[in-house]
Design a protein around this ligand. Structure first.
Ligand code: FES
Ligand code: FES
Length: 163
């Protein structure tokens, strides 16, 4: 039995200890927001936080989360309100097909928790392990760097055109 906290809920799941955390979250805990892209640690689509640290859940044995605090994309919103970075992705058009989006959002949360006002260079570095085939990255970086700027930001004026 593997016991951990996911999005502030205690869970105890009967899973082989070396099963992937990604599978335990999606199939055991029914939290399907975390996506599988490459399954090889290359794309970041499966990113979750373990005790606040961003990890590729496709590479993490579930037993490594035992006794830990796991955060998935489902845990970003609270009290019915989206996390600021989720709001910013909406304002700036940071999502297209959406496969990469949960991983970007979770990685961005970890960045913003550590550094509430990242520069574009800091955001690019923090998100370097997350790949997107759709957006060209500009709108994602716009969203992350403007995430805490508030809803009055004129996205059209501050957004850089996608390449
Ligand atoms: S699915 Fe885990 S890094 Fe791509
Ligand atoms: S929005 Fe499609 S892969 Fe990123």
């Amino acid at each position: 039995m593997i016991r951990f906290t996911v999005n502030d809920q205690d869970v105890a799941l009967d899973a082989p200890p070396m099963s992937r955390l990604l599978d335990v979250l999606r199939e055991g805990a029914r939290l399907t927001g975390t996506k599988e892209g490459c399954g090889e640690g290359e794309c970041g689509a499966c990113t979750v936080l373990i005790d606040g640290v961003a990890v590729n859940s496709c590479l993490v044995p579930a037993i490594q989360a035992d006794g830990c605090r796991v955060t998935t994309v489902e845990g970003l919103a609270s009290d019915g309100r989206l996390h600021p970075v989720q709001e910013a992705f909406l304002r700036f058009g940071g999502a297209q097909c959406g496969i990469c989006t949960p991983g970007f959002l979770v990685t961005a949360k970890a960045l913003l928790d550590a550094n509430p006002h990242p520069t574009r260079a800091e955001a690019r570095e923090a998100l370097a392990g997350n790949l997107c085939r759709c957006t060209g990255y500009q709108k994602i970086i716009d969203a992350v760097t403007e995430a805490l700027a508030g809803p009055d930001v004129d996205a059209a004026a501050t957004s850089t055109p996608a390449c």
